[in-house]
Design a protein around this ligand. Structure first.
Ligand SMILES: [Cu+2]
Length: 160
């Protein structure tokens, strides 16, 4: 019951966040930049077919990876193409109890929403269809016992 209320709250906030995100326009100049905070890497990188985005959300270090399911020899039952994986750390420790949602906005403005599934050991993931080259907006809203945070970043999907 408690979890349901939480999810509804997340959904409402996400709708709002998506609007803010969509209006954000060209405010993504710093997204390619990398910053060092202690040993943590922040920013976006892509190599070997895996895209990675790391950032601070409040006191939480959040890490996202976007992976091509086919390149991992994996298949989604609904034919989705990509895996968005997330992990969260506070004070150097993985947070293993998170409720979250991820919204993807395609270059043409189409939205997909999925709940993060808990895979254990602090790994959370959801599958999406990333079927169009260009800049995809990614929004993740997550909540643990302590706090609720939002992370937004761009994923530049290569031409196929
Ligand atoms: Cu960090």
């Amino acid at each position: 019951m408690k979890k349901n209320i939480l999810l509804i709250t997340l959904a409402i906030t996400l709708v709002f966040t998506a609007k803010v995100f969509a209006m954000g326009g060209d405010d993504h100049s710093s997204h390619g930049a990398k910053a060092n905070m202690g040993e943590m890497q922040h920013g976006s990188s892509a190599h070997g077919g895996t895209f990675k985005h790391e950032t601070m959300a409040g006191d939480v270090h959040a890490e996202f990876q976007i992976m091509d399911l086919a390149s991992m020899n994996m298949k989604d039952p609904q034919g989705k193409t990509h895996h968005v994986m997330a992990s969260f750390m506070r004070d150097g420790k993985k947070i293993d109890n998170v409720v979250g949602k991820v919204k993807l906005i395609s270059p043409s403005g189409k939205e997909q929403l999925a709940s993060l599934e808990n895979f254990g050991s602090g790994v959370f993931a959801a599958n999406f269809s990333i079927d169009q080259p260009g800049k995809w907006g990614v929004i993740c809203l997550f909540k643990d016992e302590k706090d609720q945070q939002t992370v937004k970043f761009w994923y530049d999907h290569m031409k196929m």
